[in-house]
Each structure stands twice: as structure tokens, then as C-alpha cells.
Design a binder for this molecule. Structure first.
Ligand code: G6D
Length: 348
């Protein structure tokens, strides 16, 4: 196993560096120090073809001003915070607004737009990149100086894990995720409509017209959100269910997971046989089927609706505004910890 490092160019005077984690089975995962962006994941299909299974680019420009967060670390808080404000310990915090009157995915300069300090970590059974960042007090309006470490590691069992750790010197909010768009067809040759998605979840969150949770927790039974036995994405998004329409003809919803470290999320492509199994210690997962992707030939990638699916393991979005949602305040002296494992395999 090895890590290959390459300089991609500069943003201002800062070098953008890519790191490719390669295991002994041919799996390769490339990420950047900028935004922790995952730009490529190479895995085999059922004919032994090694191809890329994410939406990504091989130059920095398309990542600079896109609102799709391709492959990026998301934070301080993933999802939307209504009215870009919250109360904590009797004080009101005003966050930067970057989507109408709301705060999305960490604001104007979220974690997807900062430089992370990289460190290569070679262990006996895995290779890793540890990315560190200090989010200073009042960054984007959040309280506290927060030291964050995100570790991407790959082993020879074709397991890729993302581990998040953080400490803060004040009470603050933190709920991070990764925003990779998966497409298991290989080199984006098809969209995700013929992927099957299976999620061990009995409940999902109702969204309003701004895609913010209303606070209502809905049962998946007899809805296109019942993914417990696996469902073709095409079948789900062609439903006339109101919540599919609210999300612009797709999924963009948080699911509350029934179980953890129990193959709780599975995605597979019928034609290539590629299978992605995700296990997490997070409470939920936001499923986003790329409903807002606009037709656009961007640096060799023909973007379009449903070209990729995000499976953003995280706490419940806008939880701070909903007493019935568990939410997490990171307190001084405590350690934020979140782990998600992505297992790549092939079925016949
Ligand atoms: C859209 O609502 C979706 C978000 O969930 C997604 O993260 C973003 O596009 C990139 O706003």
C-alpha cells in the first residue's frame, strides 16, 4: 500500500496538493488538502474494469465556486440552519447566510473551502491522510476555537473510513459529514437511476419548501422512503409523493438509522455489480440524489440531474431548532467523534 502525492497548482499562494491512497487490491482514493475534497475513487466492476465511482475533477478550477460541494468535508454544521441563527446558553449567534435567509453546510466559507494541514500516516494494515484545521472563534458566526482532525484511511479489505475528531474551548455546535457523489456505473457512464438503495431506517424527516426539516418525523411505511428491502432509485423518485416533489423530484432527506455498524446503508449498481456498504456511528444519513445538478459540461464532466448520490452520514439537520431532535453541543473538555466506513465490493 502507498500514498502518492502530487501538486495540482495554487489558490493564491497556497499549493493545492492531492494524495492518492492505493491499497494492494487496486483500490485508489484521491483527496485534496483543499476542502478535504475526494476527487476520485477507483474500484473494479464485475468484469474487473477499474473505474472511477464518484463525481470529481482532475483540476482545481471546478471546485472553486461550485455550490455542489463535490467530495468535500462539510462543516461546522452539515445541512441547513434556519434563519442562519441559533440560541445557545442564553446567547443568540448570527451565522453567515449563504442560501436565501438560511445557513447551508457551514456558510460562505465552510470546511469545503479551507486548506487542511495534511499528514501522511502509514500503519501496518492501513494507509491514511490526517487533515487538520483550526476553526477560530466566530468563524462564520459560530462560537469557540475548534481544533478538528479528519482522517481518511484505506486498508486491504477495501474499506475506506472517515474519522472526525474535534475539541473546542467553548460550548458550540459541530456536525460534520462528507459530500461525495457516488455513481457506481464507472466513469459516470450512466446516471444513478438504476442503482438500488437499501437503508435500515423506519423514519425520515419531513422537509419544508426551503428543504429545512419541519420537525415532523415521518414513518417510511407505504412511501417511496421505505428503503428497508432495497429500492431502485428510479422507482422512488418517479413517485408523486409530496416530499419527493418538495425536493425537486428526488431524495434530499435525512433518514434516522435503526442500527449501526450493521450494513445499515447499501448502494449497488445492477449492471456493474459494484456495491457500496456504509456503516456509521452517526444518528442519521441525508440521501441526496443530485436533484439540483444542472446540465453543464464542466471540465470534461457532463453534469446533469441524478448523476450522483450523496449519502451524508451526520446528526439531524437544524436539530438546534427542534427540541424533539437529539442534538449535540460540543463542550470544552469533551471530544467530538464520528466514524463512517465505506466498504467497496462487487456482486455477480
Ligand atoms: C442542495 O438541498 C441540496 C443539499 O442537500 C445539497 O447538499 C446541496 O444541494 C449541494 O441544496
Amino acid at each position: 500500500m502507498e500514498v502518492i502525492q502530487k501538486e495540482w497548482g495554487k489558490i493564491g499562494d497556497k499549493p493545492v496538493i492531492s494524495f492518492t491512497l492505493a491499497n494492494d487490491k487496486g483500490i485508489k482514493i484521491t483527496c485534496l488538502n483543499y476542502g478535504g475534497i475526494i476527487t476520485k475513487i477507483i474500484t473494479p466492476d464485475n468484469k474487473g474494469n477499474y473505474e472511477n465511482i464518484v463525481i470529481g475533477f482532475d483540476k482545481i478550477e471546478p471546485y472553486l465556486n461550485n455550490l455542489s460541494y463535490f467530495g468535500a468535508i462539510i462543516g461546522r454544521v452539515a445541512g441547513r440552519i434556519k434563519d442562519a441563527m441559533f440560541d445557545l446558553n442564553g446567547k443568540t449567534y448570527i451565522l453567515n447566510k449563504n442560501e436565501n435567509n438560511n445557513h447551508l453546510h457551514g456558510g460562505l466559507k465552510g470546511f469545503n473551502r479551507v486548506f487542511w494541514e495534511p499528514e501522511i500516516v502509514q500503519k501496518e494494515k492501513e494507509i491514511a491522510i490526517q487533515l487538520s484545521y483550526l476553526s477560530v472563534n466566530e468563524e462564520e458566526g459560530y462560537p469557540g476555537n475548534v481544533e478538528i482532525k479528519v482522517t481518511y484511511s484505506l486498508n486491504n479489505n477495501n474499506e475506506f473510513s472517515i474519522s472526525y475528531g474535534a475539541i473546542s474551548d467553548q460550548d458550540t455546535l459541530l456536525s460534520m459529514t462528507n459530500h461525495t457523489y457516488f455513481n457506481l456505473s464507472g466513469n459516470l457512464k450512466r446516471d444513478i437511476l438504476n442503482h438500488v438503495l437499501k437503508i435500515k431506517s423506519d423514519q425520515f424527516l419531513e422537509l419544508d419548501e426551503e428543504l429545512i426539516p419541519t420537525g415532523v418525523i415521518l414513518d417510511v411505511t407505504n412511501t417511496p422512503f421505505d428503503l428497508r428491502e432495497g429500492k431502485l432509485i428510479k422507482e422512488g423518485i418517479t413517485s408523486n409523493h409530496l416530499q419527493i416533489k418538495v425536493a425537486n423530484g428526488g431524495y434530499d432527506h435525512p433518514f434516522i438509522l435503526n442500527t449501526h455498524n450493521d450494513e445499515e446503508i447499501m448502494l449497488w449498481d445492477l449492471e456493474s455489480g459494484r456495491t457500496l456498504t456504509i456503516e456509521t456511528d452517526e444518528l442519521g444519513v441525508v440521501v441526496y440524489t443530485g436533484n439540483q445538478l444542472k446540465e453543464n459540461d464542466m471540465y470534461g464532466v457532463s453534469l446533469r440531474k441524478y448523476l450522483g448520490i450523496c449519502l451524508e452520514t451526520q446528526g439531524l439537520p437544524d436539530a438546534i431548532h427542534h427540541p424533539n431532535f437529539p442534538y449535540y453541543i460540543l463542550k470544552p473538555g469533551e471530544k467530538y467523534s464520528s466514524n463512517t466506513i465505506y466498504k467497496f465490493s462487487v456482486r455477480g
